[in-house]
Design a protein around this ligand. Sequence first.
Ligand code: FPP
Length: 255
Amino acid sequence: MTPVRSSQKSSKREAELLAAIDLDRLPAHIAIIMDGNGRWAKGKHLPRFAGHRAGIGAVREAVKGCTRLGISFLTLYAFSLENWKRPPAEVRFLMSLLREYLKDAVDDLNENNIRLESIGRIGELSKAVQKDLERAVERTRNNKGMRLTLALNYGSRAEIVDATRELVKRGSRTGQLRIDEETISQALYTRDLPDPDLLIRTSGELRLSNFLLWQVAYSEIWVTSKYWPDFTQLDLLQAVVDFQKRERRYGGLGQ
Ligand code: FPP
C-alpha cells in the first residue's frame, strides 16, 4: 500500500471515529499506562532506548489527540517508583529523555493552552530533573486548557502512605483526626484532579501496575495490544468511542 493511500485510509477512519463520538459525553479525565517500549524495540532488533525514544512520539500523539477532542485532564504514567529497579543506564536514559521532553514540549504546550503538572515523589528525583520540571510547570502555569499531569517517581501505594502520614500529622497538629473517603481523596497527590473516567493501557497487559489505585475505582479500562510507540490518535479516538458504548453504573443498577 502506498503511503498516500494509507494516509487516505487513516483520515477516512478518523472521520468515522470522530462522527461516532458524542462531544457532550467525553471522558473528562483520561489516564494512560504507557507500556511496551522495550518489546517494541526488541521486535525491531533495536536497543530498549530506541523504544523509549519512540515512546515520546506517542506521548505527543496522545496529547494532540486529547487536545483536539477537548479532553480536560490527561495523566501519563511516565516513571514509576518500581522503575528504579531497571539497569542504571536505562534509568539515566529515561531521565534524560524526560528532561529533553520538558525542554522541547513547552512551546507546543503553550501554543495549545496546556498546563503541565506532576504527581509523585518529586523531591526524590535529581535536582536537575526537578529544576527542568519546575521550569516547565512555571512556564505553562497560566494555560487554561487541558491539564497534562506526568506521574513521575509515582507509586499508588506510596501515594496512599504519604496521604495517610499527612492526615496523621495534620491530626496531631490540630487535635482532630478525620479519616474518611473525602479526607483521604483530598490528601492524595491528585487532590486537584477528578478521578479518571477512562484508563488506557497499551501492550495488552491486564494490570494496574500500582497506578492510581484509589482513583480508578470506577474508571472504565480500555486495553490495546499495541505497544506504546505505535499508539496513535486513531487509537485514542477508538478508546473514546468504546468508552461511550459502556454503561457506567457505579455499583448501582444504572438507568
Ligand atoms: C514502558 O515500557 C514505559 C516506561 C517505562 C515509561 C514510559 C516512558 C516513555 C513513554 C518515555 C518518556 C515519557 C515522557 C513523558 C517524557 P517498558 O520499558 O516497560 O516496555 P516493556 O514492558 O516492553 O519492556
